[in-house]
Write a protein that binds this ligand. Structure first.
Ligand SMILES: NC(=O)c1ccc[n+]([C@@H]2O[C@H](COP(=O)([O-])OP(=O)(O)OC[C@H]3O[C@@H](n4cnc5c(N)ncnc54)[C@H](OP(=O)(O)O)[C@@H]3O)[C@@H](O)[C@H]2O)c1
Length: 309
């Protein structure tokens, strides 16, 4: 299958490129500012995805059977810092890609976020629960879902995904990579003991995305790992997995109540019901122990890490 992958240099995009190549697909992938090579791409294009004409040209040249959208302004604080750019990447781009998917009759797999919810669930959120975003990023992701399914109802599948673990192409993107960057720079990450997430790895999510390219399902689904844990507990498990001591890899435990300003835009608990998708797919959701086994020491922090032993 010919797959057009927007955002191939990102945490999820680079994992999708590898997973799709392993399963015998031919992938044309876009990068923006990333200068290196992405493993698994048959064709690597540098495209400004904020440029509608350039994006349209790249998709039509590839004439794909599936389009996967992993491009975004994916950090909520960056959406707040540059709302216009974030609107273009998080809403206008997926809308355009959905229209193009409809135009060429291609499957379209789009990524949304757990952050469409307000974080006060009485049970894990299902995909039919009413979204209520509390920050700009969440509002943009919700707007993207609606626009994508309006433009390509018969071709589109949207996955709402959680906080992501995994190994990125830059070594600076995922949860453990950010912790390592702080430790290597002598900083102490401050992690909430009462903010709960249900992480999965980009690599596991990539398997789901490629499987969905190969299937005919359309609609909105949730994907995550099997374990719900606090951000602080996650940090502790990462530290222990890499056999670092509290002195080498300090973590400051903070409560939401101590950060009232931050709390307004951050959800307390984002548990996701993933049963509909786990019932359909061969890919299995992973426990935290399985996810930890997949993590590498981030390349930018290898020198610091080897100096610790
Ligand atoms: N990471 C998470 O914890 C998380 C959680 C929930 C949902 N999600 C969603 O999952 C999806 C993938 O996230 P991710 O973490 O893999 O994102 P990421 O690592 O930040 O990657 C973003 C990608 O978008 C590309 N991009 C951004 N602006 C561009 C532009 N103007 N022109 C060309 N390319 C551009 C980047 O290219 P360059 O780097 O080459 O410029 C990169 O390939 C997103 O939809 C995100 O909202 C992520």
């Amino acid at each position: 299958m010919i797959i057009f992958l927007a955002g191939a240099s990102g945490l999820v995009g680079s994992a999708v490129a590898r997973a799709a190549a392993r399963r015998g697909h031919s992938v044309t992938g876009t990068v923006g500012s990333f200068a290196g090579r992405i493993e698994g791409l048959e064709t690597q294009l540098t495209v400004d995805l904020a440029d509608e004409g350039a994006t349209t040209g790249a998709v039509l040249d590839a004439f794909p059977e599936a389009i996967v959208n992993c491009a975004a302004v994916s950090v909520p604080e960056q959406s707040e810092a540059n709302p216009a750019l974030a609107q273009t990447l998080n809403v206008a781009l997926p809308t355009l890609l959905a229209r193009l998917a409809h135009h060429v009759s291609a499957r379209f797999v789009h990524l949304s976020s757990e952050q469409v919810f307000d974080g006060t669930p009485t049970r894990p959120y299902t995909s039919s629960d009413t979204p209520a975003p509390i920050n700009l990023y969440g509002r943009q992701k919700l707007a993207s879902e609606r626009a994508v399914h309006a433009a390509a109802a018969e071709f589109a599948v949207t996955l709402r995904v959680p906080l992501l673990m995994g190994n990125s192409a830059t070594g600076r993107r995922s949860n453990h990579e950010r912790l390592f960057a702080d430790w290597a720079a002598g900083r102490t990450p401050r992690l909430f003991v009462d903010e709960y997430r249900q992480p999965c790895t980009a690599e596991n999510l990539a398997e789901v995305i490629v499987e969905l390219c190969e299937r005919q399902d359309v609609g909105l689904f949730h994907w995550a790992g099997t374990d719900l844990l606090s951000r602080h507990e996650l940090g502790v498990q990462i530290r222990e997995h890499f056999k670092l001591s509290e002195r080498q890899a300090p973590l400051e435990a903070v409560t939401r109540a101590s950060q009232p300003e931050v709390m307004r835009k951050r959800q307390a608990c984002l548990a996701l019901d993933i049963a509909p998708l786990t019932g359909m797919l061969k890919t299995r959701p992973q426990s935290m122990a399985e996810q930890l086994e997949e993590l590498h020491v981030p390349p930018p922090c290898r020198g610091w890490y080897s100096a610790q032993s």
